[in-house]
Design a binder for this molecule. Structure first.
Ligand SMILES: Nc1ncnc2c1ncn2[C@@H]1O[C@H](COP(=O)(O)OP(=O)(O)OP(=O)(O)O)[C@@H](O)[C@H]1O
Length: 250
């Protein structure tokens, strides 16, 4: 199971209006692993997640989920297939309570099932649980991010897409969020993450994928990239590729 491919991008071209951001992007992500998307600003990392979640329709190429082409499916269909997305920034209904936000996360599975699953999600987040009837906006930034992830987990997704979860969080809280993602992966959830906090994210990731101008420039084990003394160069917009020994350089 550890080496099964869960997600595959195969020559995906996608963008906004006539401006293509992903230029024949191909990569694979293993089931139960954390795959980290890296690269300079504007490389297309968030666009890759959005395209996978059906927010952009690919102009070309295939996106396979467990071997099935899901390119162009809408979000409801994707949620039904077990794909959840935690976008960048704040995505809660601030005036609604924690509980009400969780209820909205279960809209596709019905009230009964949602209510049955809320306790299992809250068990992961004791601090959020204590604030169940408070307005979501009154939670700390870290608690809000945990609630967003919890809302996504209500659907018991097999794939979770997480875009820059550490933004605005203190280093300790970031570690909590990362530990949670690590725990989900250990239970078999496939995690695809974009994160600017590169070194911390590599420490909890299994695989690193670097994009540049919407193309794959490097795929290698996260630990190898972390050990590379030239790692910084990848994130300063240059085309430099570190000399990780097992790296697949495209
Ligand atoms: N809604 C949009 N309409 C038009 N262009 C967009 C839109 N969203 C993103 N872009 C452009 O697409 C390019 C890739 O953006 P994307 O957010 O995927 O990059 P990224 O690799 O995630 O970068 P960052 O690290 O800065 O978040 C950028 O040039 C961006 O300006």
């Amino acid at each position: 199971m550890a080496n099964e491919i869960c997600i595959e991008f195969d020559d995906v071209v996608a963008g906004y209006k006539d401006f293509m951001i992903l230029n024949k992007l191909s990569f694979r992500a293993r089931r139960g692993a954390i795959t980290l998307l890296l690269g300079p600003n504007g490389a297309g990392k968030s666009t890759a997640l959005k395209t996978l979640f059906g927010l952009l329709r690919p102009r070309q190429g295939r996106i396979l989920l467990d071997g099935e082409d899901i390119a162009g499916c809408d979000q409801k269909t994707l949620l039904g297939k077990g794909v959840a997305f935690v976008p960048q920034g704040r995505n809660l209904f601030g005036q609604l309570s924690v509980f009400e936000n969780l209820e909205l996360g279960g809209i596709t599975i019905g009230t009964r099932q949602t209510h049955a699953r809320i306790p299992e999600v809250l068990a992961l987040f004791p601090r959020v649980k204590e604030r169940l009837h408070s307005a979501a906006s009154s939670l700390s930034g870290g608690e809000q991010k945990q609630l967003e992830i919890g809302r996504a987990l209500l659907l018991r997704p097999k794939v979770i897409l997480v875009d820059e979860p550490s933004i605005g969080l203190s280093p300790i809280v970031v570690q909590d969020v990362f530990r949670l993602l690590r725990g989900l992966a250990a239970q078999g959830t496939t995690v695809l993450m974009v994160e600017q906090n590169v070194k911390s994210a590599l420490k909890i990731s299994d695989e690193a994928i670097a994009l540049e101008s919407g193309r794959l420039v490097l795929q290698c084990p996260a630990a190898e990239l972390l050990a590379d003394p030239h790692i910084e160069r990848l994130f300063l917009g240059g085309a430099a590729v570190p000399a990780a020994t097992d790296a697949v350089v495209v």
